[in-house]
Design a protein around this ligand. Sequence first.
Ligand SMILES: [Zn+2]
Length: 325
Amino acid sequence: MSDIAAKRSVLPPLDAQLPWLLPLQTALTEAVRSDRLGHALLIQVAPGLGGEWLAYWLAARLFCTVSAERRPCGDCVACHRVLAGEQPDLLRLQPIEESKEIRIDQVRELAAELALTSHGGGRKVAIVSPADKLNRNAANALLKTLEEPSGSALLILVTGEPSHLPITVISRCTRLTIPLPRNPQLAEWLRAAGDRGIDWDSVLSVLGPRPIDALQADTGALIDLRRETLNALEQALRGALDPVETAEFWGKEDYALRLACIETWLVERVRHWAASGQGAAEPLFAALEDLREARQWTDTPVSKPLALERLLWRINAAATTRRPA
Ligand SMILES: [Zn+2]
């Protein structure tokens, strides 16, 4: 994503209240208390909702030297070390910057580390996030560790895309998941956690249900981008937009954000046209199909302007089927 959407995500503090994760925190607390945590967890939470934070929260709960019961204290040396990435018994596996994937040599290194005795005499914990970035060989190597867990090691896999993981890996983990919270609930949380004056509903309509990213985003720029995109789409519907020029401009940066704006607008239009009989919704349905396809191209070298151009021509064509209100 672009600069305005995602500076590198910073984890919320350990005492943050993320109500949608509370059922998982309760279940994990109970599992720790009754010593039923097992060797591998799969936290299946969409990106931007705190899945990775939950993994760190649990690690801190295990290493915290003060809080014996429910939550990590967030304030002792152990808790600080966890968040700072300085806890020697907490390992982290993430994609190597250039390759954007987690590779087999990284997994082998992790497995070797996990086989050693822990520095503090307690558990060794490894957080793999986003686990869907494990490439095929890496996932196979990880499977070995999952099948023959060493001592008291705990693996925590975090992903929003479990379908990208081999079923053999998933079946070795205890799965933890939550229903996707709705945007109004998240906007309410953002109004309490962030600036009340910001139009969080609009921010979430561009970013999707990613409240933690929303808190760190350039909200002013996001709202401007949304306004500008929606205005241009209204123009397209009047046949007054140049699809080629606009697609060229939109394809250069913030592609995913533009697509999110277009989707919100299309869904709203379809609903409105269907209710008011203002126009045949078929061209707009076709545009929604194009949009889904265009989204699959987000992280590929496929020409973004071309994908957008097709979409904008389709919306332009819808103008001709429209009846005057
Ligand atoms: Zn602590």
